[in-house]
Design a protein around this ligand. Structure first.
Ligand code: ADP
Ligand code: MG
Length: 319
């Protein structure tokens, strides 16, 4: 059975990229990394814990993908350009088939975004995966939660509620089952969109805990309110059908794990947004607008009635 250091050589060193700004990568006490002049570092960490974020029997390749994807999604939501990652892995046993598949999923996504794995930690214990990513951004162009302004339009990328519907339908036959499951297991971080929004938007968040909860974070940090028109929410065919059958708007409004970008654009920048989107090939939909803080956060049906319970997103300590 391979020991800790053989595993590192075999699986982690092999997964590193070839960025020139990595002056010293895996193998020493620290990595030595060169920042581009004039940029600031954007840093974020996300942990996936067995039994909480995924089942122990999860496909390891998907888990490797997702562990990196959720972090890249945070960089995207900041308008940052991804560069480096570190990986803290806690494994019940040094199962090499598992590790190989896990690192395949991780490395494939890393390569796609020119991210180099520069270090990490490997320990024995209950399965958990913690990834930190580093990216670059111009300080004055960062997409911050506290920058929404009354009158801004609200937009969201992709579609909402797919991952949530996959979780609900885990046991059921459903024609779009594979599509939904892929949205849950292999989210696409919206990095290109985040980068394209620099200078057009100044406020974004990624939808990880649910639209209502994440929009709530923007509202709180920016001291504003928001109005969503539910008929404008972008829905996949499966979620559209589900909502038509159940009238359960809370699925697209509150389900997490979609990793789409939610962002605000001032009216003066809307033409610039349209121009940018024309060559980006990422679907983006207007879903509402930013209003004064005292108007709160509301999702409205076309007849003007309000959908209750939108603010509740996922909170680990509230269950
Ligand atoms: P130290 O004891 O100095 O913290 P380690 O023995 O834990 O270093 O790790 C040796 C080298 O391997 C370090 O450069 C570390 O960053 C890297 N490393 C360990 N585990 C991982 C991992 N899961 N992914 C990437 N690099 C790793
Ligand atoms: Mg050391």
């Amino acid at each position: 059975m391979a020991g800790e250091f053989e595993l590192i050589k075999r699986y982690f060193e092999a997964a590193t990229g070839d960025r020139e700004d990595v002056l010293l990568g895996i193998g020493d006490d620290c990595a030595l990394l060169q920042m581009p002049p004039g940029k600031v570092l954007a840093v974020t960490t996300d942990t996936l814990v067995s039994g909480r974020h995924f089942e122990a029997g999860v496909d390891p390749e998907s888990l490797g993908h997702k562990a990196l994807a959720v972090n890249l999604s945070d960089l995207a939501a900041m308008g940052a350009e991804p560069a480096w990652a570190s990986l803290a892995l806690t494994l019940p046993s040094p199962d090499e088939d598992w590790l190989q598949a896990f690192m395949h999923g991780f490395a494939q996504l890393a390569r796609a975004f020119d991210v180099t794995l520069v270090g990490g930690d490997t320990t024995a214990g209950p399965l958990s995966v913690s990834v930190t990513v580093h990216g670059f951004v111009d300080l004055h162009l960062a997409l911050r939660r506290d920058r929404a302004q009354v009158g801004d339009q609200l937009y969201v990328s992709g579609t909402l509620g797919d991952a949530g519907l996959a979780l609900r339908h885990q046991q059921q036959a459903e024609p779009h089952r594979h599509l939904l499951q892929a949205r849950l297991d292999r989210p696409t971080p919206r990095v290109a969109l985040g980068l394209a929004l620099r200078g057009i938007s100044c406020c974004a968040i990624d939808v990880s805990d649910g639209l209502g909860a994440d929009l709530g974070h923007i509202c709180e940090r920016s001291d504003v309110g928001a109005r969503i028109a539910v008929e404008q929410l972008p829905l996949s065919a499966a979620v559209r059908r589900y909502v038509a059958q159940t009238d359960d708007w809370l699925l697209p409004l509150t389900a997490g794990d979609d990793y789409e970008l939610l962002f605000t654009v001032p009216k003066a920048q809307q033409a610039a947004l349209e121009r940018k989107l024309a060559d980006l090939h990422v679907p983006v939909s207007p879903i509402g607008s930013i209003v004064a803080a005292n108007e709160g956060l509301e999702a409205l049906r076309p007849d003007g009635t309000c959908i209750k319970g939108m603010g509740k997103g996922y909170d680990h300590f509230r269950a």
